[in-house]
Write a protein that binds this ligand. Structure first.
Ligand code: GLP
Length: 242
């Protein structure tokens, strides 16, 4: 697991977009694993900018997103599907049939089966991850065990609290979600986690504190991924060292 420290969030975003574009340049029909939240927003902006400049082509690209809130449909403004449509899918030439999203309104078992079948047949070529303040990735919350497969999860209190900024009030945040499990994440050929902001300093510090892979710190799975990079900016780095 590599650590890369950049000068700013913007520089981190550019670096991630370049990593994605390098994979796409080598494989036109690459499978991109995508995350939502504020952390990857800058990367999506860079990808859209480069698409408009003719530097990247999504016409044969496949995508699969990490997670979705239970109960929210793609047209719900707080759903991750809606986020992806707004930030990326509606702005580039990706084909609708090549987009894999969890349907938060359908049965969790059915969605999990559909996701895991896809992942077995199409391992992810490059996956972007954000990180929760408690070290979660996707919606794999700190638990006694890692869940290999896609599954439904009850969200931790701190996750509901952190994500309430996108909703009118904390009570509106769904209490559960469906997330890709550790097999899908660790099966990715390349994983890049982006973190920025003080709130993430503790989780990143814990991640680099030792060699342990601990289900109570879900991001620690990156230590056994074949090619994992953590990209943070200098402000976060100074904070984590303090
Ligand atoms: C949610 C998502 C995660 C994301 C996390 C952090 O919980 N399920 O995939 O990494 O939020 O979000 P942000 O980047 O907005 O801090």
């Amino acid at each position: 697991m590599k650590l890369v420290v950049t000068e700013s969030y913007e520089k981190s975003s550019r670096l991630l977009a370049d990593m994605f574009e390098e994979v796409i340049a080598g494989k036109k029909n690459a499978v991109l694993g995508l995350a939502t939240g504020s952390s990857p927003e800058g990367m999506y902006e860079c990808l859209v900018e480069d698409y408009r400049a003719g530097k990247v082509d999504f016409s044969q690209i496949h995508t699969i997103n990490l997670d979705e809130y239970c109960g929210l449909s793609r047209s719900h403004t707080q759903s991750f599907g809606y986020f992806m449509d707004r930030r990326l899918f509606s702005k580039v030439n990706i084909k609708e049939e090549n987009i894999m999203l969890i349907d938060g309104t359908a049965s969790a078992e059915e969605q999990a089966e559909r996701y895991d079948t896809f992942l077995r047949e199409h391992p992810i070529d490059i996956l972007v991850l954000g990180i929760g303040t408690n070290g979660h990735i996707g919606f794999n919350e700190p638990e006694a065990v890692f869940h290999a497969n896609t599954h439904q999860v009850e969200l931790a209190k701190e996750t509901i609290q952190a994500n309430s900024r996108f909703f009118d009030k904390a009570q509106d945040v769904p209490a559960s979600a469906i997330t890709m499990g550790m097999a899908g994440i660790a099966g990715a050929r390349k994983v890049v986690l982006i973190a920025s902001g003080e709130a993430k300093a503790d989780a990143i510090k814990r991640l680099f504190a030792d060699d342990l892979v601990d289900p109570m710190l879900p991001c620690s799975i990156l230590k056994v991924c074949r090619d994992a990079t953590v990209v943070i900016d200098r402000t976060l780095y100074e904070r984590m060292k303090a």
